[in-house]
Design a protein around this ligand. Structure first.
Ligand code: TMP
Length: 205
């Protein structure tokens, strides 16, 4: 089973991932945890180019293509082999991030972006995607007090609002793949709800 976590900045998905994986492993599941962009040595190098504040001149098309370059490697080197071994793969971000950020956020042509994403992922889609739903302002505030900022989260608030709206549009287009999780709640409550959603889906498989 291939599960992806999606959300706008500061939604808390990254810090929820490790306790979730530990919980599932204690239950006896083989789980592989990874993140995009990254997850491979080439992907981490691409991540550095994308994040670097010195690259302020980067065009949205360049940004879009770099994410796809990292993704193609990620799918081949990480996701497909782990799924073939029978592991549950959980990725912090995947294809929907490109549709939401580069498509809706940067207002790039969605049809073209979808074709690129499909090429990079060779059509591999997640079985389940969890959307960590948080208000854009709360998320950006959390982020400000948390991790080090990088080029990608320095876009204006309007950009992040388009991304949030974009996610909601994507969910409408494919409701059976998505589950919306209220990420405004206390982190223990979010973890509990996350575990319930995942276990329910694993048991249904
Ligand atoms: P994160 O590690 O905080 O999730 O940061 C990754 C950043 O990269 C975040 O700002 C979202 C962005 N991103 C895209 O814009 N497009 C993509 O396809 C992916 C995977 C990430």
């Amino acid at each position: 089973m291939f599960i992806t976590l999606e959300g706008t900045e500061g939604s808390g998905k990254t810090s929820q991932l490790l306790p979730l994986v530990e919980f599932l492993r204690n239950k006896g599941y083989t789980v592989y945890m990874t993140r995009e962009p990254g997850g491979t040595s080439i992907g981490e190098q691409v991540r550095e180019i994308l994040s670097n504040f010195e690259n302020t001149e980067m065009h949205p098309r360049t940004e879009t293509l770099l994410f796809q370059a990292a993704r193609a490697q990620f799918v081949e080197q990480v996701i497909r082999p782990r799924l073939a071994e029978g592991a549950i793969v959980i990725s912090d971000r995947y294809v929907d991030s490109t549709l939401a950020y580069q498509g809706y956020g940067h207002k790039q042509n969605l049809k073209e972006i979808k074709a690129l994403v499909n090429y990079a992922a060779e059509g591999l889609m997640p079985d389940l995607t969890i959307f960590f739903n948080i208000s854009v302002e709360t998320g950006l505030e959390r982020k400000k007090n948390g991790d080090e900022r990088n080029r990608l989260d320095a876009y204006p608030v309007e950009f992040h609002q388009r991304v949030h709206k974009g996610y909601l549009e994507l969910i409408k287009l494919e409701p059976s793949r998505w589950t919306i999780l209220d990420a405004n709640q206390d982190k223990d409550v979010v973890q509990e709800n996350l575990r319930t959603i995942i276990l329910k889906n694993l048991q249904e498989k």
